[in-house]
Design a protein around this ligand. Structure first.
Ligand code: P1T
Length: 388
């Protein structure tokens, strides 16, 4: 390992996977905007044949992200859901998956509406409840545990180490969607997980200007399978998006520090506000997952969900339509603060009765706290809360 690759997180964020361009010395990895590569004779090339299979800009990004997750391999996809899709295609009809019942709506839709009809079987359980996980496991049939932590949007904390222990006892592989935490705050592979998935659209890219995904693993069989899926199904990120993600990760450590600081202040403000009922933020000592968060995360992240004392949809809409800095929009993890309504936006594909069952109320508001000035964010929310 070169010293760059064994260096601290912030140094690897900037350098891992990258060398100055050998032909020009360009510091930034070029955007290799090409579909194919000249061969001097059939099969004789400089490492790349066709950009669905490999591309130098994407390869640099994969080297960078593997380093940040402490993985042997990273495989980049055109979106987060394309990465999830590739993992599930490594399973076979009849295989059973145990997953969280609170998870990104698009993941739920992919599981329920795409893979169930192809014969995969899912149990959606509250993974903060180890007894419920235990009960859901079907020895021999359960092949994968799919963990999201913190969960989207209820901010539940699943104990990765405890779940890995339970999975290992039955030879079940464990995948962790690490999108909300980012590799800066949480390293699931070091806790025993087999696969880590990111929507690179979020904190990795960090600037709300791309859609991307990545799966990191140190398991050679999974790596081979993921490469096969990428090559065969073709959900590849383009060179421009790979470049933008690579540029984003250079400041990941700095941005995450500020996201955490700002979210801590916003959560404390909301927690004290007379019109706010529940504040779901793992950094609050009152959060039921606070101790688990302290154990497996180095800080508590930039995501907060909250509900109002007056638990009515129209009141939540008043808040969401009266912020000036927080923009009403789906997605998260960018430098700018966003506010959104999970029930009608990011989680609308989860049936209403299922949302009610897991406690995803229609009045729930989700914040992605950006890296603006803390006092401006608090003043913005304070002003919006005066409308209810
Ligand atoms: O949007 P895409 O890059 O395909 O990533 C999907 C995805 C996967 N996992 C988690 C935890 C996610 O939050 C997402 C995407 N989420 C949103 C768009 C959102 O606003 O929650």
């Amino acid at each position: 390992m070169s010293s760059r690759e064994s260096a601290g997180f912030g140094t690897r964020a900037i350098h891992a996977g990258q060398v100055p361009d050998p032909s020009t010395g360009a510091i930034m990895t070029p955007i290799y905007q090409t579909s194919t590569y000249a061969q001097s004779a059939p099969g004789q090339h400089k490492g790349h044949e066709y950009s669905r299979v490999t591309n130098p800009t994407r390869a640099a990004l994969e080297g960078n992200l593997a380093s940040l997750e402490g993985a042997e391999h990273a495989v980049c996809f055109a979106s987060g859901v394309a990465g999830i899709d590739a993992i599930l295609k490594g399973l076979r009809p009849g295989d059973h998956i145990v997953t969280t019942d609170d998870l990104y709506g698009g993941t739920f839709r992919l599981f329920r509406q795409v893979f169930e009809p192809f014969g995969l079987r899912f149990s959606f359980v509250d993974m903060t409840d180890l007894a419920a996980v235990d009960e859901a496991i079907q020895p021999g049939a359960t092949k994968l545990m799919w963990i999201e932590t913190p969960t989207n949007p209820l901010m539940r904390l699943c104990d990765i180490e405890a779940l890995v222990d339970r999975a290992n006892a039955d030879g079940i592989d464990v995948a962790v969607d690490n999108t909300f935490a980012s590799p800066y705050l949480q390293q699931p592979l070091a806790l025993g997980a087999d696969l880590v998935l990111h929507s690179a659209t979020k904190y990795l890219g960090g600037h709300s200007d791309l859609i991307g995904g990545v799966v990191c693993t140190s398991d050679d069989d999974w790596h081979e399978n993921l490469r096969f899926q990428l090559k065969s199904s073709g959900a590849v990120p383009g060179p421009m998006d790979s470049f933008l993600t690579l540029r984003g990760t250079k400041t990941l450590h700095l941005r995450m520090q500020r996201h955490c600081e700002n979210a801590r202040a916003v959560a404390a403000f909301l927690d004290d506000h007379p019109k706010v009922a529940d504040v779901l933020y793992p950094g609050l000592p009152s959060h039921p997952g606070h101790e688990i968060a302290k154990k497996q995360m180095s800080d508590f992240g930039g995501m907060i969900s909250f509900s109002l004392v007056d638990d009515a949809l129209d009141k939540a809409v008043e808040v969401m339509t009266h912020t000036n800095i927080f923009t009403l929009a789906e997605s998260l993890g960018g430098v700018e603060s966003l506010i959104e309504h999970p029930a009608s936006m990011t989680h609308a594909s989860i049936p209403a009765e299922e949302r009610q069952r897991i406690g995803l109320h229609d009045s729930l508001i989700r914040l992605s706290v950006g890296v603006e000035e803390e006092e401006d964010l608090i003043a913005d929310l304070d002003g919006a809360l005066q409308h209810v």
